[in-house]
Structure formats: structure tokens, C-alpha cells
Write a new protein. Structure first.
Length: 206
């Protein structure tokens, strides 16, 4: 299971890198709201890169200090993206993403803050907005559904990921092989998610 875990995690890094490059190449063809998908991929790649460099090259024994930036940053980007797509009032357009920034500040002063609970809540909010966006896009013409597939897999990934993180606190009591299996499944889901971005970017024509 250890081999399965490390194979899937490096595969997810590969698909993330390819998706990010595709997003950058197609950036000029994206509408203003759609550009936030590329921002999401770039930010996620930078976070994953920071973790990899810290562990593999700097031999860090813990990367907990990076974790809150992943949670808060992704929450900020994706909630802002979906609030724009859903045409929410401007007050919500800024209020919800700012919660991500508030979390980043709060975690500097609250040492006992449980980041896994925050991750679960943020994931629930994200897949909720993604689900609403999907319902809205299904009613539109096909020409407007350019990121329908990507939104569908964002919805799927963050829904399943929320469940996985609920189990996160119990992983320490599980056999290491079971933990590797659970996180390996999560890595496969990220591979599928990033592949949906690659497919979406490559089929854009205008």
C-alpha cells in the first residue's frame, strides 16, 4: 500500500502540473470568471511544491505551518469563483472569500485550532457552491457549459474529501496500510479532478 500511495501522489502532482500549464497556455481564451480556475491550479501547485521541497529537499519532519495556507487560500479562490458564477450580490462576493483570510490570521493566534474541522467545513461550503453552479450550468446552452465537467469533478472531489477528512483524526489509530489506502484513493480523485481540467482546457476553442 505504501507503493500505491506514493505512486498516486506523484501522479497527482504530474496531472496538476500539466493542468496548470494548460491553464496558463489557454489563459487569454478564458473569460474573467474562468481565469480563477487557473489561479486555483497555480496556487495548489505552489502549495504542493512547497510541501514537496520541505520534505524531500529540506528534510522537514512536519509541514503543519503550510496546511492552513492551503485551506484558506483554496477556500478564498473557489468561493470567489463560484459566487461570481452564481451572480451573488457583491457583499457575498467579498464576505465569503474573506473568511478564508480571517482563518489564516486567526490560526496565528489560536494554537488549539483544529485545522481538520476547518477543512471539512470549507470543503462542505465549496461543494455546496459547486453543486449550485452545476444546476445553473445545466440549464444553460452547451456553449456556456465550458467548465461543466470541471465543476462536476470539483463537486465530487470536495464532497468525498470532506468525508475523508472526517476520518482524518482516526487515521492515527488505523493500520498504516489502511491509511495509505485511504489517502491513495484521495490522490486518485485529485488525478481525475486535474484530468478534467486538462480535458476542458484542451477543448476550448474561443
Amino acid at each position: 500500500m505504501e507503493l500505491f500511495f506514493f505512486t498516486t501522489i506523484y501522479l497527482s502532482y504530474f496531472f496538476l502540473f500539466v493542468a496548470m500549464i494548460c491553464g496558463i497556455v489557454k489563459f487569454k481564451k478564458l473569460r474573467d470568471t474562468e481565469k480563477w480556475y487557473t489561479y486555483y491550479l497555480i496556487y495548489t501547485f505552489l502549495i504542493e511544491g512547497a510541501v514537496t521541497v520541505s520534505v524531500d529537499f529540506l528534510h522537514a519532519t512536519a509541514t503543519d505551518h503550510i496546511y492552513p495556507f492551503y485551506i484558506g487560500g483554496v477556500f478564498f479562490i473557489l468561493t470567489f469563483l463560484y459566487l461570481k458564477k452564481l451572480n451573488f450580490q457583491k457583499i457575498w462576493l467579498y464576505l465569503m472569500p474573506v473568511l478564508g483570510l480571517v482563518y489564516l490570521v486567526a490560526q496565528l493566534f489560536l494554537n488549539d485550532l483544529n485545522h481538520d474541522y476547518v477543512k471539512v467545513i470549507s470543503n462542505i461550503i465549496i461543494f455546496g457552491f459547486a453543486g449550485l453552479a452545476l444546476l445553473q450550468e445545466i440549464r444553460k446552452t452547451e456553449s456556456d457549459n465550458r467548465f461543466l465537467l470541471a465543476d462536476a469533478f470539483i463537486f465530487l472531489y470536495y464532497a468525498v474529501s470532506a468525508f475523508i477528512f472526517i476520518l482524518h483524526n482516526k487515521l492515527g489509530n488505523m493500520l498504516i496500510s489502511h491509511a495509505y489506502l485511504v489517502w491513495g484513493i484521495n490522490n486518485i480523485l485529485t488525478c481525475v479532478l486535474y484530468s478534467s481540467f486538462i480535458y476542458t482546457f484542451l477543448r476550448l476553442k474561443k
